[in-house]
Ligand binder design. Structure first.
Ligand code: ZN
Length: 353
């Protein structure tokens, strides 16, 4: 099975010009042909993971990625939810620059999860010179489906019937994405999912943190629909340097997303609270970005997964070759503010990152 798959991958990569033939094996990695996210996504098995995966689907898909990659994608658990579900971490690469992607902190915002599992496959399974060079330069950690208890209930919050306070739904649970405040002592943080991500941050000090969410549907004055919104840290506690790198991430994701015809990225109208992951990890000094995929109709779900996949690959590529840090952060100003909600469309998601 594995050899069949390896042959398929090799064939696909050779066909796409992504894998140097054996005679060119000594070619320096820098000379490897560029690989685009659009090429990579076509290599991933179409049935790897459903678009709205259960925790069991995530476990099975990650196990397959680890197996297909011959161990180049490593699996771990960074904590447990209140119902004892594993908070899963998957890692690819062994380079000095560390990245952290987080998906589905809000259980009813699933699409970052299949995008990330595909990205892990696409970066870990093929073994071209390009892949080896990338993996030697970056280590990409993904907290896959950070809110499994919310995922099984298709709800925003984690599961904690005792939850109370400003960022809780009484009797239901906490909004995990208000509990990444790095200034809160861990012992005072009631949310196990946020504690686990914070702990992992302190253990690895990632250069980059990207947090994948979903929003409702929005239209610009010119009639175009937003397919994704992005925002960098906006807390006053974030240093100008960290704001700049967050803006570079925004530009990179905008570019990667809008290579797909019909994609349109706007600026998310997010708040300044330091418990929001975008702000919290910015305060800690990471280049930090929020990505909100719009909840487009069913026939565009695959499109949305592909654009998120492209954002993940392009960010990793930019960190690996350094091009990310040569991006002009002022270009973030060209990302227009998000327009109003699509007329006549009832909001189905709590649009608060
Ligand atoms: Zn969200």
């Amino acid at each position: 099975m594995r050899s069949t798959l390896a042959a398929l991958v090799t064939t696909a990569l050779l066909g796409a010009g992504l894998l140097a033939p054996p005679a060119a094996a000594a070619t320096p990695p820098a000379a490897a042909p560029p690989v685009t996210p659009e090429q990579l996504v076509t290599l991933v098995p179409s049935r790897l993971v459903p678009s709205q995966p259960s925790p069991g689907d995530v476990r099975r898909a990650l196990a397959r990625v680890a197996r297909d990659s011959a161990g180049r994608v490593r699996l771990g658990v960074i904590g447990r939810s209140n119902e004892g579900r594993a908070l899963r971490l998957a890692t690819v690469g062994h380079g000095p620059t560390r990245l952290l992607y987080v998906t589905q902190q809000h259980g009813d915002e699933p699409l970052g999860t299949p995008a990330a599992i595909r990205a892990l496959w696409a970066l870990g399974v093929p073994d071209s010179a390009w892949h080896r060079a990338l993996r030697s330069r970056v280590t990409i950690d993904v907290v896959v489906q950070a809110n499994p208890d919310g995922a099984v209930r298709d709800q925003r919050w984690n599961h904690d019937p005792s939850a109370s306070g400003e960022y809780a739904e009484p009797g239901v649970g906490y909004d995990i994405n208000r509990y990444h405040n790095p200034l809160t002592p861990t012992g005072d943080n009631p949310v196990p999912e946020a504690r686990a991500v914070l702990r992992w941050w302190h253990r690895t000090e990632p250069r980059i943190v990207v947090d994948y969410h979903m929003q409702g549907r929005y239209q610009q004055p010119d009639g175009r629909e937003t397919t994704a919104s992005v925002l960098w840290p906006t807390s006053a506690l974030v240093t100008p340097a960290a704001v700049t790198t967050g803006r570079q991430l925004a530009v990179r994701t905008d570019e990667a997303t809008t290579r797909f015809p019909g994609a349109y990225v706007t600026r998310y109208p997010g708040g300044d609270y330091e418990g929001i992951a975008r702000n919290g990890y910015g305060i800690l000094g990471s280049a930090s970005l929020l990505v909100e995929l719009s909840a487009l109709p069913h026939d565009r779900v695959e499109f949305q997964i592909r654009t998120a996949f492209a954002s993940m690959i392009a960010t990793a590529q930019g960190a690996a070759d350094g091009s990310l840090w040569r991006t002009d952060p002022a270009r973030a100003d060209r990302i227009p503010a998000r327009g109003p909600a699509l007329p006549g469309l009832a909001a189905t998601l709590h649009d608060a990152a």
